[in-house]
Design a protein. Structure first.
Ligand SMILES: Cc1cn([C@H]2C[C@H](O)[C@@H](COP(=O)(O)OP(=O)(O)O[C@H]3O[C@@H](C)C(=O)[C@@H](O)[C@H]3O)O2)c(=O)[nH]c1=O
Length: 185
C-alpha cells in the first residue's frame, strides 16, 4: 500500500496494491495492520454506500459532537472529494484539500475526525463507499456551505444538484465556535 501525505497533517491518500489477472482485479479495501502502520489507528463502526448522478454534490458535512473520521473511496465512476479542516484552534483551520477518487485509481482518502467532507460527481453515476469511526448521530449532523468563498475550494462543477439540507448550510464564519470540532494536538 502506498501512503501519500497531504498538505493537511493527518489527512492521507492511500493506494492499495492491486492484483490484476485474467479474471479482473483484487485489492484489500481495508487492512487493520497496514492502516495502523500508515497512521490510521482507528476502529470503524459504520460503513455506508451512496450512489449519485453526474452533477450531484454532497457536503460539506461533519458531526459535532461525536466526530466521524471517514475512510472514503469510489467503487463506480469518478468524484472530486474534498476535506476541510474546521477544527477550532487547528494550525490549518479553514484549509482544504481536493482529491480525485475513481473506480480505476482505487484511491482511498482518510478524512480525520473534525474535518468537514464532501464530494461532487464527475461521471454519469458514482457509487461512493466509506467507513466511519463513530456512528451517525442525526442530532450532531452539521454542514457548512459547499461554495463558501472563504474556503477557496476549486470545485470542478459550478451548479451542482444539492439536497435541501445542503442548500441551507451556513458559511464557516457564521457557525458559532462551540458548534465546531476542537483541535487536539
Ligand atoms: C449519513 C447518514 C444518513 N442517514 C439517512 C438520513 C437521511 O434520511 C438520508 C440521507 O442523508 P444525507 O442527506 O445526510 O446523506 P448524504 O448527503 O449522502 O450525507 C453524507 O455525505 C457525505 C459527504 C459524508 O461525508 C457523510 O458523512 C454523510 O454526511 O440517510 C442515515 O440513516 N445514516 C447515515 O449515516
Amino acid at each position: 500500500m502506498k501512503v501519500i501525505q497531504t498538505s493537511l497533517p493527518g489527512a492521507l491518500i492511500l493506494e492499495p496494491q492491486v492484483f490484476g489477472d485474467a479474471r479482473g482485479f483484487f485489492y484489500e479495501s481495508y487492512n487493520e495492520a497496514k492502516y495502523q502502520e500508515a497512521g490510521v489507528d482507528h476502529r470503524f463502526v459504520q460503513s455506508n454506500v451512496s450512489r449519485s448522478a453526474r452533477g450531484v454534490l454532497r457536503g460539506l458535512h461533519y458531526q459535532w459532537p461525536n466526530p466521524q473520521g471517514k475512510l472514503v473511496s469510489v467503487l463506480e465512476g469518478e468524484v472530486y472529494d474534498v476535506a476541510v479542516d474546521i477544527r477550532r484552534g487547528s494550525p490549518t483551520f479553514g484549509q482544504s484539500i481536493g482529491v480525485m477518487l475513481t473506480a480505476d485509481n482505487h484511491r482511498h482518502f482518510w478524512v480525520p475526525e473534525g474535518f468537514a467532507h464532501g464530494f461532487c460527481v464527475l461521471s454519469e453515476f458514482a457509487t461512493f463507499s466509506y467507513q466511519c469511526t463513530a456512528l451517525y448521530d442525526p442530532r450532531a449532523d452539521a454542514g457548512i456551505r459547499w461554495n463558501d468563498a472563504a474556503l477557496g475550494i476549486d470545485w470542478p462543477i459550478s451548479s451542482p444538484l444539492l439536497s435541501d439540507k445542503d442548500g441551507k448550510t451556513p458559511l464557516l464564519a457564521d457557525v458559532p465556535a462551540e458548534r465546531l470540532p476542537v483541535y487536539v494536538a
